[in-house]
Ligand binder design. Structure first.
Ligand SMILES: Nc1nc2c(c(=O)[nH]1)N=C([C@H](O)[C@@H](O)CO)CN2
Length: 117
């Protein structure tokens, strides 16, 4: 199966368990990989035969920007579920990086895989 990916998608959102995190937006960075058979799009050169990564990015930016979850686990699984259910991809891998959340660590977050390749 082929992969369509979106990398380094930065979105401001309310995320976290501490009082200050409920009031101040923070940046999460999403890397998304989506299994998709791109053969027909390659043959026809027609956007109708593929997954429109612009449509995926718009949906995820709107969802994450309006969300206010406590845990990165919840947010990451919600993003994976939207992609599986609304964009009909058979498999998705979502990496959510809450950069700077841990002093001394450059990166921290969650990696979720849903579906089958
Ligand atoms: N497994 C998790 N651990 C922690 C989370 C989380 O979402 N999942 N969140 C926090 C705080 O909100 C953190 O981001 C601020 O330091 C702590 N641990």
């Amino acid at each position: 199966m082929d992969i369509i990916f979106l990398g380094g998608l930065q979105i401001e959102t309310i995320i976290g368990i501490y009082d200050w995190e409920r009031e101040t937006k923070q940046t999460v960075i999403l890397d998304i990989e989506m299994a998709y058979d791109i053969q027909k799009a390659a043959e026809t050169d027609d956007i109708q035969h593929t997954l429109d990564y612009k449509a995926v990015s718009k949906r995820i930016i709107a969802f994450v920007g309006a969300s206010s979850f406590f845990l990165v686990e919840r947010l990451t699984v919600e993003v994976a579920d939207i992609i599986i259910n609304e964009f009909k991809v058979p498999w998705v891998k979502v990496t959510l990086n809450k950069k700077g959340a841990i002093r001394g660590a450059s990166d921290v977050g969650i990696i979720v895989e849903r579906g089958r390749k």
